[in-house]
Design a protein around this ligand. Structure first.
Ligand SMILES: Nc1nc2c(ncn2[C@@H]2O[C@H](COP(=O)(O)OP(=O)(O)OP(=O)(O)O)[C@@H](O)[C@H]2O)c(=O)[nH]1
Ligand SMILES: [Mg+2]
Length: 395
């Protein structure tokens, strides 16, 4: 699972990326600072059962900070996108290659309206970020449409010459951009097209199909960045005009992460406040208090909230903790609550077994819900936060 950070130039994409990954992507107040994409590891946050069970956990794939489990996922910071990018404007459609594998996008916009459509600085409020919301979706739709158009003849021929249907053929040919059969089903239905006769689809039909496929395969969370300098009504207008809008100050989050790394503050990503624990200079203290005021205003810096919204609300993932020993909550080597795995909602104990190892699934005996100490059916639906023991004959 990958998250793509997209948006026009100079809105704070790399600042967002650095704040949530410990990254060192270049940041500057002019367009096209980023040319090649940056890939890093970020974390979603979920309550760790260690607090509830009063144990010291030993996370293997993640970290636990004050009872908050940080579960890793990949994130990509992409070069700025300008209108016409799908035809080569700006840095062209290289960015689109970079988001091929992304299953969700965080669209960073300048909510304060102080950058024009090319990312050049302008007076605050001089540009409407809702225009950016619309153009970015359009660019990605048109990119999808151009990819489909280019290959439609081949796809139609394949459907006519084999006994495969459109759902199978499109999913097979475009799995590289994250398209599955169920996406094709949904998009054909939503666009009101005839799946039996793709050969007679017009360019408009293909564009409409592309838009519906994009909506399903690249859903978008909007990071209303620079919320520190935006007015309340600017954020309200964005929230009224678009869906999944989170007020964000990537700059504030970056400052907090740096202060935390320098042991100046205690801060758990996503929380609404922090405490000063180190020796801070007057200047540092003032900067931190400015950040505190931003957090009071918006509830948090918004960066973690965007990532959690993308993974939990949009992609509908749950966090499950597998263990081998239900009494000690540990794995075979004695590590306590070592793993936190992200699964699709609806996942079953058998899906969990598959995720751990195919041999565990093949030799599956039973699953136990550790909280209730009851065995659960292999096809029952797991819940977020479940601690599950899979008994398997595999070693
Ligand atoms: N006020 C304010 N400024 C910010 C914030 N986040 C980023 N900036 C500023 O916005 C400018 C652009 O930041 P970058 O992170 O380089 O933006 P980008 O979107 O990656 O830009 P390109 O790589 O050129 O596309 C810099 O001057 C940042 O300091 C924020 O939360 N608040
Ligand atoms: Mg950048």
């Amino acid at each position: 699972m990958e998250i793509g950070i997209v948006g026009k130039p100079n809105v704070g994409k790399s600042t967002f990326f650095n704040a949530c990954t410990h990254g060192a992507a270049e940041m500057a107040n002019y367009p096209f600072t980023t040319i090649a994409s940056n890939t890093g590891v970020t974390y979603v946050t979920a309550p760790c059962p260690c607090t509830e069970f009063n144990v010291v956990c030993e996370p293997r794939n993640a970290r636990c900070v004050s009872g908050v489990r940080l579960v890793p996922t990949t994130i990509i910071d992409v070069a700025g996108i300008v209108p016409g990018a799908h035809e080569g404007k700006g840095l062209g459609n290289q960015f689109l290659d970079d988001i091929r594998r992304a299953s969700v996008l965080i669209h960073v916009v300048d909510a304060s309206g102080s950058t024009d459509e090319g990312g050049n600085p302008v007076n605050k409020g001089a540009h409407d970020p809702l225009e950016d919301v619309a153009f970015l979706e359009r660019e990605i739709d048109l990119w999808f449409a151009s990819v489909f158009s280019r290959h439609w003849e081949k796809v139609s021929r394949k459907i006519a010459l084999t006994n495969k249907n459109i759902f199978q053929v499109v999913a097979e040919n475009f799995s590289g951009i994250g398209i599955g059969e169920e996406d094709v089903h949904g998009a054909v239905k939503d666009a009101g097209l005839d799946p039996e006769r793709p050969r007679v689809w017009t360019e408009d039909d293909i564009t409409s199909f592309a838009m519906h496929i994009r909506t399903r395969t690249k859903p978008i969370v909007i990071a209303a960045n620079k919320a520190d300098i935006a007015d309340d009504d600017q954020i309200a207008a964005l929230q009224k005009g678009a869906r999944n809008v989170v007020p964000v100050s990537a700059g504030a989050e970056l400052l907090l992460r740096k202060a935390r790394d320098a042991s100046l503050i205690d801060y758990v990503p996503g929380e609404s406040d922090f405490s000063i624990t180190g020796d801070v200079s007057q200047k540092q203290g003032e900067a931190l208090e400015r950040v505190r005021a931003i957090m009071r205003r918006w509830g948090s810096t918004g960066v973690q909230s965007c990532i959690n919204t993308a993974v939990f609300d949009i992609l509908d993932r749950i966090v499950v903790y597998p263990v081998e020993n239900e009494k000690r909550l540990c794995d075979g080597k004695g590590a306590v609550l070592p793993d936190a795995l992200l699964l699709r909602r609806g996942a079953t104990p058998m899906d969990l077994a598959e995720k751990i190892h195919s041999d565990i699934a093949k030799n599956y005996i039973y699953a136990l819900n550790v909280r209730t100490n009851r065995r659960i059916a292999e096809d029952c639906e797991l819940c977020s936060g479940d601690i599950i023991k899979i008994a398997s004959a595999a070693r």
